[in-house]
Design a protein around this ligand. Structure first.
Ligand code: AMP
Length: 459
């Protein structure tokens, strides 16, 4: 719970308004050290909640010790490599500071400087900036950094890649030596390590180390199905006992609740986990899932962060994620600890663009599975497949070691057929790679590239 971290009430209120119920791992670890005033070295990438990890304690400290920044003055400086990231950080500050009286602004290149100059004239509590434009405005005396108490470098490795390291050193020299400093970086090239040693004093370290997700080990299938029939498709799939521990992903919290309720009504033990649930309710849902009291956990992306349950047999993307990266994180919930796993994705015609993005990211097509509801329910994708399916019906084998089940059983793929996945559209010529798939076909260049998932470790 955020309330245990020692943040001021107006900040907790803002988090409530943002519907954040519990801190992400990096927040839980970084916030207490930062509230104490310790410098921090954070090895973390975007998507871990790092912005709130440094913004919340910053707002807390600035708010507790209110003082005017002075003309053109800055109390805290956040440096970011790109305009996009700077704007995003500015948006987060606006959200988290909605109940405190602190001023902030964003300064980046690529836009006229007039507004930025105006915003700086009275000074700000927090300035978010990209290094180039900041130096410009400092040189023109529109920004005065000599009183800045806090310095935060975000995505330091990217700033290095973009050639900003000299600018950063120049900027650091303009700040008081006595200050609170944080450096966040997804990787630690030697230049950044050196910079960290120069600018941080006895820092706390929080590391969100990437864990490799090997998509190769996961059998992936896509069902083309109109949104209105997704529920029926899920019910149909759930008649197969092979789906014994299933995480279903939905895009919205409301969708997660509704789906869990519908599953319960149809006799499948299910629970939902999402950001609107209290920490207690989330933990209960997770424990029930781990202890096999519920067979299905319906989750949203953010809530699924940090879920680490072994033996997940299937991941179902009830809605396709809008961000292709999320697909990899989602399906990585199965195939843990070296095991294989199966991922089903439900794709409504309106979601095809997301499917294309995902296939581009994982550098391979996802096998189309026969929709067991029939051709009328697969968005016009399956006429040919259904004919194929009829002619192949007799040749199908049940899952290995599993009771025979219904219409989507795997079709033999070459001699070494099998797998617990559904039949492929192409008649199984390219059986899905996985523990049962043919071993021969080498991945396309880059196809074996590991994807990374984050797991936090404090130092
Ligand atoms: P970041 O890694 O800072 O870019 O954050 C990634 C996303 O997670 C942003 O959209 C945040 O709004 C969101 N987020 C950060 N912390 C939390 C939290 N504790 N609960 C829910 N969402 C969060």
């Amino acid at each position: 719970m955020f309330s245990g971290l020692g943040l001021a009430d107006p900040l907790l209120k803002a988090l409530e308004a943002e519907k954040y119920t519990h801190p992400t791992p990096i927040q839980a670890q970084a916030i207490p050290s930062l509230l104490e005033g310790r410098d921090l070295l954070g090895l973390a990438q975007t998507g871990t909640g790092k912005t709130a990890a440094f913004t919340l304690p910053l707002l807390h400290r600035l708010n507790k010790n209110q003082k005017p920044p002075g003309r053109n003055g800055v109390r805290a400086l956040i440096l970011a490599p790109t305009r996009e990231l700077a704007v995003q950080i500015g948006d987060s500050i606006r959200a988290y500071s909605q109940f405190v009286a602190l001023r902030h602004t964003v300064i980046t290149g690529g836009v006229p400087q007039g507004r930025q100059v105006k915003a700086m004239s009275r000074g700000v509590d927090i300035l978010v900036a990209t290094p180039g434009r900041l130096l410009d405005l400092v040189n023109q005396r529109h920004v005065d950094l000599h009183m800045a108490e806090t310095l935060i470098l975000d995505e330091a490795d990217r700033m290095f890649d973009m050639g900003f390291i000299r600018d950063i050193r120049k900027i650091v020299q303009m700040l008081p030596r006595e200050r609170h400093t944080m450096l966040f970086s997804a990787t630690m090239p030697s230049e950044i390590e050196k910079l960290a040693r120069e600018i941080l004093v006895n820092p706390a370290k929080v590391e969100v180390t990437p864990e490799v997700i090997t998509v190769d080990r996961i059998q992936q299938h896509v069902f083309h199905v109109p949104g209105s029939r997704k529920r029926d498709l899920l019910h149909e799939l759930m008649t197969d006992p092979a789906l014994s521990r299933v995480i279903v992903f939905t895009r919205t919290k409301h969708g997660a609740n509704r789906l869990a309720e519908q599953l319960m009504k149809s006799g499948v033990n299910a629970d939902a986990i999402h950001g609107n649930k209290s920490q207690g309710a989330r933990q209960r849902a997770l424990n029930d899932f781990k202890d096999n009291r519920s067979r299905v956990l319906v989750a949203t992306d953010i809530a699924a962060r940090g879920i680490d349950v072994d033996g997940v047999t299937h991941v179902v993307n009830f809605d396709l994620p809008m961000e292709a990266e999320s697909y990899v994180h989602r399906i990585g919930r199965t195939a843990r600890a070296g095991a294989g796993g199966i991922a089903f994705s439900f794709c409504d015609p309106s979601e095809k663009k997301y499917l294309r993005d995902i296939e581009r990211l994982i550098k391979r097509p996802i096998a189309t599975a026969v929709n067991p509801l029939g051709a009328a329910n697969d968005g016009g994708q399956g006429e040919r497949r259904d004919r194929d399916e009829d002619s192949n019906e007799r040749r199908r084998k049940p899952h290995r070691g599993q009771p025979a089940s219904k219409k989507y059983r795997a079709k033999p793929a070459g001699k070494k057929a099998g797998g617990q996945g559904p039949k492929r559209e192409d008649g199984g010529k390219q059986a899905p790679r996985g523990q049962d798939g043919p071993k021969k076909s080498p991945a396309k260049p880059g196809g074996n590239k590991p994807f990374r998932r984050t797991r936090t470790r404090a130092a």
